[in-house]
Design a protein around this ligand. Structure first.
Ligand code: PEP
Ligand code: MG
Length: 594
């Protein structure tokens, strides 16, 4: 009785498994018909467009309140961003100019402007930045819909369904997923850092995106399985497969329940050594999720993401709003705001950054900030202003030499003097730290630490530079080994040097989120582990399952080995024997990947 079924591979962006029937979301289809209008109708057309903008603004403000009441303030933030896009007259002016210049219907003008911006955003290399085109698309779709009130969306039913769509505009995601009747999400488009992905993760809705053409393969009412853990979708699965997934779902749900329990437990190893799980975030919306998963602070806020929510250069007030929002939500836990890490491959259209032949080694991060002083000063002013909250800390990315620290401190003092003169309050003792990502900074950390309050090791970049392996090049991915003995020696040196100076050291690269690596770091004496929030319960559980003293000795022995593989095998074996409970969940996790 084998029925026709289809398996599709995509990107799992929110783990878990959902089984249910499909609801296909409608989408706005922009017109491809260039309708010319007589000159005397132009003013009327522009009025029509302005009315649409007004109505859209009113709608968004209303939705913002609804979402805030239902899902919380952090999810309503996206609508603030949309209101800002709508209030920025340059977008409307562009459309109006097109209507006048080409004497066309507003629909066509919007469609052209929409296409233009989608193409511009599409050329961006950074996935997250590229994703931001959906905000603009979202706003323009709404304005477009208001031009055609008869084409408004049909009323939706409230039964539990799996939402399948080409792509979900950010506001649609908040409204649709926030209703509480969406079991899972499957999209043609999208990536890890899209709003839908972030929202689905925080609402615990399994989601797979990047499925290319699932909307063409299903119809309303089809039964599908969304496996967000493995990034797979199965359309009309036969009974045997359904059963298999129901049992996988149960296993995953139990595992999650078990893990979540750890968020309430003390962050302490079996022999009472305190550690601090911290979160790496990119959006203020992620703070609540991070705290609910057990984060005891925001170890890394990648502030460059502020640029993505707007098409213009963010003002001091824009920066300030974001920082103070995060600081308030996370209070009394610390929030480490990293100054922008852009330049090179992380290009942003509003900054007109030149393409470089070797972007990873180019004008990025602090190098960019020191060359673009006014942008940097704006950011420093905003961080200082937000520092009255007293839990704000500053973090400088990709430092290479002492002079950069001196320069930052000098600038910081200048900005402080300026603020004092203006009578603006700030924390004069705002703590300052640097990220250790460049090998030269790593070996000089014993000197650098004298000049700063703490360091944070960005292993993602440190590995790429130390092992000379491009972190995003699949061809050399086999060489990207966090357990490479040379790297471990270096990490041990950094951690020990900082601790000898009695200062704080964090690891905020992906290494901190890997159970085995986290244990090695604990062995070196690390206490602060910063990672993507969803990994916190897992790491917390691993660290709680071991004695730090034993791990320390074990790691010392491991350091005598010569290859990453030998080290990994040695560590796994030792831990399996001594702490089988620490690995129970590892086995389950691997089971999930089967
Ligand atoms: C790192 O390099 O480890 C890091 C945390 O920074 P990013 O991943 O943003 O480069
Ligand atoms: Mg980095």
């Amino acid at each position: 009785m084998a029925s026709e079924y289809i398996r599709l591979r995509g990107i799992g962006v929110s783990p878990g498994i959902a089984l249910g029937s499909v609801r296909l979301a409608e989408r706005v289809v922009f017109t491809s018909r260039k309708e010319i209008i007589p000159p005397e109708e132009i003013d009327k057309e522009i009025d029509r467009l302005r009315r649409s903008f007004q109505e859209t603004k009113r709608d968004i403000a209303e939705i913002k309140n609804q979402v805030r009441d239902k899902l919380g303030k952090e999810h309503a933030f996206i609508f603030e961003a949309h209101l800002l896009i709508l209030e920025d007259n340059s977008l409307r002016n562009e459309i109006e100019n097109l209507i006048r210049k080409e004497q066309v219907r507003a629909e066509w003008a919007i469609s052209r402007i929409h296409d233009h911006y989608m193409k511009v955003f599409e050329t961006l290399e950074d996935e997250y930045f590229r994703q931001r085109r959906f905000d603009l698309s979202d706003v323009l779709s709404k304005v477009y819909r208001h031009l055609q009130p008869y084409a408004r969306e049909a009323k939706e039913d409230d039964t539990e369904k799996i939402l399948v769509a080409h792509e979900l505009l950010p506001s649609e995601a908040a409204i649709k997923l926030g209703k509480g009747n969406i079991l899972g999400v499957a999209l043609d488009m999208g990536g890890q850092t899209s709003h839908t992905a972030i929202l689905a993760r925080s609402l615990n809705i399994p989601a797979v995106v990047g499925l290319r053409d699932i909307t063409k393969k299903v119809k309303d009412g089809d039964v599908i399985i969304v496996d967000g853990t493995d990034g797979e979708v199965i359309i009309n699965p036969p009974l045997a497969i359904r059963k298999e997934f129901i049992s996988k779902k149960k296993k995953y749900d139990d595992y999650l329940r078990e893990l979540r329990k750890t968020s309430k437990l003390a962050s302490e190893t079996l022999d009472g050594v305190r550690f601090f799980p911290l979160a790496n975030i990119e959006l203020p919306e992620e703070v609540s999720l991070a705290l609910s998963l057990g984060a005891e602070g925001i170890g890394l806020f990648r502030s460059e993401f502020i640029y993505l929510r707007r098409t213009t250069i963010p003002s001091e007030e824009d920066h300030y709003q974001v920082y103070s929002q995060i600081a308030k939500k996370a209070f009394p836990f610390p929030v480490y705001i990293r100054t922008i890490d852009i330049g090179g491959e992380k290009n942003i259209p509003q900054l007109n950054i030149e393409r470089e032949p070797n972007p990873a080694l180019g004008l990025r991060a602090i190098r960019f900030s020191l060359k673009n002083r006014s942008i940097f000063r704006t950011q420093l002013r905003a961080v200082l202003k937000a520092s009255i909250q007293k839990n704000v800390r500053l973090l400088i990315p990709m430092v290479t030499e002492m002079e950069e620290i001196e320069e930052v401190k000098w600038l910081l003092n200048e900005v402080k003097t300026e603020l004092t003169r203006e009578g603006v309050p700030f924390d004069p003792n705002l703590p300052l730290g640097v990220m250790i990502e460049v090998p030269a900074a790593a070996t000089l950390v014993d000197e650098m630490i004298k000049e700063v309050d703490y360091v944070s090791i960005g292993t993602n970049d440190l590995i790429q530079y130390y092992l000379a392996v491009d972190r995003s090049n699949e061809l050399v991915a086999y060489l990207y080994k966090p357990l490479h003995p040379s790297l471990l020696r270096l990490l041990k040196w950094i951690i020990t040097s900082v601790q000898e100076a009695e200062k704080e050291v964090t690891v905020c690269g992906e290494m901190a989120a890997d159970p085995l690596c986290a244990l090695v770091l604990l062995g070196f004496g690390l206490r602060h582990f910063s990672m993507n929030p969803i990994f916190i319960p897992r790491i917390k559980k691993v660290l709680r399952s071991v004695e730090r003293e034993y791990i320390k000795e074990m790691v010392e022995e491991a350091l005598k080995l010569r290859t990453a593989q030998e080290i990994e095998e040695f560590l796994l074996e030792r831990i399996l024997v001594k702490y089988p409970q620490a690995f129970l969940m590892r086995e389950i996790t691997e089971g999930n990947r089967l």
